[in-house]
Each structure stands twice: as structure tokens, then as C-alpha cells.
Design a protein around this ligand. Structure first.
Ligand code: ASP
Length: 344
């Protein structure tokens, strides 16, 4: 594989990678892209065309909103024909959400969209940002022997691992090894060479690329825990403004089996809400047939999220609900694997 002559668009949204310390407050704030390029002169060594687009304002990713996902999808769509791949510089805090969202919004993707960032700003001596940025660009520009993009997927590259975007999650608040996709092996690992796990990489097979912009954010998350009260469960499951709820359950999809809990679940389903069971565990999947407590949820009309992450479940619901008012159709699609986000 090769990337000489490739072209990559670098989209800079903000995040630690491009932050500098404010001398007055000692907090990290984003700085402009020109400085980022000065900090990484190595980029000039690439035999590729690297152009950039900078968000204005630059943001800490804790402030990311679906409107910015639309903007990202729009930038990629507008530039789709002009570049071989895209690198999105993004804060790590919500990177898994954004990568998941873009994976659904960009249908029949035939080019790489690689999210990356860092735990230390790129200007710091021990930064992880340079390595992440350089490898992400290399991957975004990589092509197969027949000249096709090597990884036509939305991914996260972090600390030598290339992970499918809608499978990953941030697992470390401080360490450089901050992302994992616990239910799917990395799509590539960067060592002396970048080794691609070609069997796992999804290829654009049917249809032409298309961006979707509809997102319906009427989703809540209910994390079950010992001591949870009926008031809290009611507020979330019966909330009038909520169209769907992700229930973060124990183990393989279990929740309290108390009558009051199941009665609220049933009432929520009766009111037409979409309820999705996603496990709180990092690894493994929901199996609502294994225990009576999980079975009770299934009988009440809760759908299984399989091994989907919460980040991906949220993005998938936003996307599906944003594209149809038909809840039955949303439910059908929820249990199907659309972009490699779930194991079959
Ligand atoms: N708060 C930062 C952000 O997500 C953290 C980071 O970039 O690592 O934008």
C-alpha cells in the first residue's frame, strides 16, 4: 500500500491537541491552526497534499452539539470528490460520540474519515499529539494496490490503534492509551509499519456515497443502579419530550425485576417510546434470554442493543429518528447492524 500523491483534508474542530495554556487562568484553551502547523513541521515531509479547514470557533469537545456533526458531514460531503481521505482533529472527551454519529450520517462511505486528538497539547514536549496526527494522516491517505482508500470507514486513531469509530469508547482520562473498542479488534496497529486488519475493514459495496443530516435528539439515558427510585425511572421513561430511552443495564441486559419498575417500562412502551437495552459492561453483549430479569424487559417490549456502545446507540437513535417518524421502522433498524456497530 502507498500514499504518495494522495490528498487529505485536515478538519480542525478543537480539543487538547491544539490547546495552549492561558497564562492568566492556567486552563487550556484552543489556539489557531497556523500555530498547530508550526508545532508539527514534520507534516511538510509527507508526499501528499494536506489542506486544512478550521472550525470557528474552535471548541473543547465537551461543547460538541449535533449541529457540529452536521457541519462536519457537510464539509466532508462538499469535499468528498477532491480528497482521498479526511482527518478530523477533535477533543477526546466526546470523540466516540462524534465518530459514531458521522459513521451513521455518512452512508456508503468510500473514503477514510479518521478522528484523532491527544491527551497533551501538541506544543508540549511529551505530547502524544504529533504521533497521533502523523499516523492518522498516513492512514487517511493510504491506498490499496488497486488504488482504493485502504480504510473506507469512520475511525478513531489513538496511541497506535485504529479503531472503528462506532465501536470505540474513551477508557482513560489521563493515559495516552485512552481508547478501546472492546468488542472489535483494532482495524490497524501502528508499529514500525502500519498493519491493517484487512478482514475486518468494511468496503463500500452497495450504492453511492450520501450524507444524511436529519438528527432527532429526543433520546434519554437511564442508568440503572441499586437504590434507583420510581420517581427517577418515571421521569426518564415517561418524560413527554422523550421519543427513545437507552436503558443502561447490568451484565448481559438485566434490570430490577420489581413490579413498579416493570410497570413503568410497560407504560413507556404503551406510550410508544422506543426502549433500547445496552449493557453497562465494557465487553460482551446483551442477551435478554439468559436471566429472568432480562427476559422480563424483553417481554415488556424493550429491544436488545447487542454489543453496541452507549455512544453508538445514542448516535444511531439520533440518526434513525431524524430520518423517519415511523417508530416501528426505527425499531427494526435498531436491532440490525447498519455500519458495523454491532456484532451479528
Ligand atoms: N476536554 C478536551 C476535549 O475533549 C479533552 C481532550 O481533547 O482530550 O476537547
Amino acid at each position: 500500500m502507498n500514499n504518495t500523491g494522495s490528498s487529505v483534508l485536515l478538519i480542525y474542530t478543537g480539543g487538547t491537541i491544539g490547546m495552549k495554556e492561558d497564562p492568566e487562568t492556567q486552563t487550556l484553551r484552543p489556539f489557531d491552526f497556523g500555530s498547530l502547523m508550526d508545532e508539527v513541521p514534520e507534516l511538510k515531509k509527507f508526499a501528499m497534499r494536506i489542506d486544512s479547514y478550521t472550525f470557528d470557533p474552535l471548541i473543547d469537545s465537551s461543547d460538541i452539539e449535533p449541529a457540529m456533526w452536521k457541519k462536519l458531514a457537510e464539509i466532508i460531503s462538499r469535499n468528498y470528490k477532491h480528497y482521498d481521505g479526511f482527518v478530523v482533529l477533535h477533543g477526546t472527551d466526546t470523540m466516540a460520540y462524534s465518530a459514531s454519529a458521522l459513521s451513521f450520517m455518512l452512508e456508503n462511505l468510500g473514503k477514510s474519515v479518521i478522528f484523532t486528538g491527544s491527551q497533551l497539547p501538541v506544543g508540549r514536549l511529551r505530547t502524544d499529539g504529533k504521533e497521533n496526527l502523523i499516523s492518522a494522516i498516513e492512514i487517511a491517505g493510504a491506498k490499496t494496490i488497486d488504488g482504493k482508500p485502504m480504510v473506507p470507514e469512520v475511525c478513531v486513531f489513538f496511541n497506535s490503534l485504529l479503531l472503528r469509530g462506532n465501536r470505540c469508547t474513551k477508557v482513560d482520562a489521563e493515559g495516552f492509551d485512552a481508547f478501546r473498542s472492546p468488542n472489535l479488534a483494532p482495524l490497524a496497529e501502528a508499529g514500525i509499519e502500519i498493519r491493517y486488519n484487512t478482514d475486518l475493514i468494511r468496503r463500500q459495496v452497495n450504492g453511492v456515497f450520501r450524507a444524511h443530516y436529519g438528527l432527532d435528539t429526543r433520546v434519554s439515558i437511564l442508568k440503572v443502579h441499586p437504590g434507583i427510585t420510581s420517581q427517577v425511572v418515571e421521569d426518564i421513561l415517561l418524560g413527554p419530550l422523550t421519543r427513545a430511552v437507552i436503558i443502561e443495564t447490568y451484565g448481559c441486559g438485566n434490570a430490577p425485576s420489581k413490579d413498579w419498575f416493570l410497570e413503568i417500562v410497560r407504560e413507556s412502551v404503551r406510550r410508544g417510546k422506543i426502549l433500547l437495552d445496552v449493557t453497562q459492561c465494557l465487553r460482551g453483549q446483551v442477551n435478554m434470554e439468559r436471566y429472568a430479569t432480562g427476559r422480563a424487559l424483553k417481554d415488556a417490549g424493550v429491544l436488545s442493543g447487542g454489543d453496541i456502545t452507549t455512544e453508538s446507540a445514542l448516535a444511531k437513535l439520533f440518526f434513525l429518528m431524524g430520518n423517519t417518524d415511523d417508530n416501528e421502522y426505527v425499531k427494526e433498524c435498531l436491532e440490525a447492524d447498519l455500519r458495523g456497530e454491532m456484532s451479528n
